[in-house]
Design a protein around this ligand. Structure first.
Ligand code: ZN
Length: 498
């Protein structure tokens, strides 16, 4: 048994002006045996494929794993970038001799200029090379897909957790299906159904209502004989593409009617919950006021989730924390390369400094905020993640400086975007997390894998920003379906005439 594996992933935010080019991908891409070796033991899709294939005694034929390396935020993937890596996959397969199957780890939210459904296009090109052998695909749950993908591939499997902690498991589900299909013990049939919903990321947490209700139903279907995998991707709303929004995909063993029933049922359930995917969230001013009230009542610490600020320079929450006199908080990262450079060149630990930070990317990030305080940490810390997501992975920060504003208020100024999905980024710069009442994070959902176990309350806010804002009505879409709820033209018109 010989099975090829390849990967080409991107979650493309099409509202950003700069294109994503092959230069950006080249720094993150692996080829050949490195695709297996460098994923081994890490909880990712490819490790799941490898485990199942090795268990079956199959020969693994690794082709390429194309993904972006670190770099500035960028939007649409260029056509030439897509052609380069899609071409590497097909050329690699063409030169691989006889194969029994192909496993593809894709994402589902890649957006390519001039290629409307890139993942389906990849599968069609793979099919043209390998012919009638099983092609199976794994996707992130931020995937935007429709029947074109399920028409092109034999089976499609999607994560069920956000925060994403089942990537390896999803790889194993796909790998097992591949092995049993090649052995003739399984006959994959699948159905894709689009409920017609577009959902901001901050409402998609898998362990919480409403998504939890949908995943519980998926798992219920999976207990029925014949249903192998029932998936639901809430989708990635920040890609202006025709197949945007939620997709339900059900893979069954030989019984297309059963797959259809399950997909219809899950899709109808999602539609019935549609208005609970866009409940309004408070603005920064109201949010900070409400959080301070909670703290005064002893409901603390509170994690504030500012999901719109994936760039990390936004100052809306910081400004309110200072203006409203909140204490015992730490902002783990305000991305500001200029302020970071100034501090590195002009300040020393122990100095009192005044700097203007943040708000440089554009007006939606808010005005820069002037802070005065004592520099208590400067440097480039390296540390290992301690939360369930990528636990143990080594992080090497670029330059950061922690400034203590007094009354246990801390701001970390960082040279680049700095995630803080667990406490390691804070402790690495000397913050005692146990003393904090308010933990303002620039995250939508991933932080919850760790911070839900620390914070009494998770408090999402609707702050302005450039990426992954909660209120999709403020984005200018051109390519999405007219009937997609709640922001398609049809619904806008109905709301206006009501
Ligand atoms: Zn995702």
């Amino acid at each position: 048994m010989r099975v090829a594996i390849a990967s080409f992933v991107d979650e493309t935010m099409t509202f950003l002006p700069e294109p994503t080019t092959e230069e950006r991908f080249e720094t993150g891409t692996r080829r050949g045996q490195a695709v297996v070796d460098e994923n081994r033991g890490i909880p990712v899709y490819i490790n799941g494929f490898v485990k199942e294939l090795e268990r079956a005694g199959a020969e693994i034929v690794p082709i390429v794993e194309a993904r972006k390396g670190p770099g500035p935020f960028s939007g649409w993937v260029t056509r030439s970038c897509f052609e380069k890596y899609a071409g590497e996959i097909t050329e690699g397969l063409r030169g691989s001799g006889n194969l029994d199957g192909v496993l593809l780890a894709l994402h589902g939210a890649m957006a390519v200029s001039g290629v409307p459904r890139p993942e389906a296009e990849i599968c069609r090109r793979v099919r043209a090379v390998v012919g009638d052998i099983p092609i199976m695909v794994t996707l992130d749950l931020h995937a935007n897909e429709d029947h074109e993908l399920t028409d092109a591939a034999d089976a499609v499997f999607i994560l069920k957790t956000y925060p994403h902690v089942d990537s390896e498991e999803t790889g194993e589900i796909a790998g097992r299906c591949m092995v049993e299909t090649i052995r003739g013990n399984f006959h994959p049939v699948q159905v894709c159904k689009k409920p017609g919903l577009i959902i901001a990321s901050i409402y998609q947490a898998s362990e919480h209502y409403p998504m939890k209700v949908i995943y519980d139903r998926c798992r219920e279907w999976e207990t029925k004989p014949g249903v192998y995998c029932a998936s639901c991707a809430p989708g990635f709303a920040y890609a202006d593409v025709p197949d945007v929004g939620m997709s339900v995909i059900v893979v069954a063993d030989g019984d297309a009617e059963l797959a259809r029933q399950a997909a219809d049922d899950i899709s109808a359930l999602a539609w019935s919950l549609r208005d609970d995917f866009s409940t309004p969230l408070p603005n920064p001013k109201d949010a900070v006021g409400q959080v301070m009230q909670m703290v005064s009542e002893g409901k603390k610490p509170v994690a504030i989730a500012d999901g719109a600020d994936r760039i990390g320079d936004s100052t809306h929450i910081l400004k309110e924390l200072i203006a409203q006199g909140a204490t015992n908080w730490a902002v783990p990262g305000i991305n500001d390369p200029r302020a970071a450079k100034y501090l590195e060149e002009n300040a020393r630990t122990g100095d009192t400094v005044t700097v203007r930070i943040g708000g440089w990317y554009g007006p939606l990030s808010g005005e820069p905020v002037e802070i005065t305080g004592t520099v208590e940490f400067m440097g480039r810390p390296s540390y290992r993640l301690v939360g369930p997501m990528r636990k143990g992975a080594l992080v090497q920060d670029k330059f950061v400086a922690r400034i203590n504003l007094g009354r246990n208020r801390h701001v970390v100024v960082s040279e680049t975007t700095r995630g803080c999905n667990d406490a390691s980024g804070m402790t690495s710069v000397g913050i005692d997390v146990s003393t904090l009442d308010i933990i303002p994070l620039k995250s939508r959902v991933h932080h919850r894998a760790y911070w839900d176990s620390v914070a009494k309350v998770n408090f999402p806010v609707d702050a302005p920003g450039y990426l992954e804002i909660p209120n999709l009505r403020t984005l200018h879409f051109e390519n999405i379906p007219d009937d997609i709820y709640p922001i398609g033209k049809r619904w806008k018109t109905e709301a206006n005439t009501r």
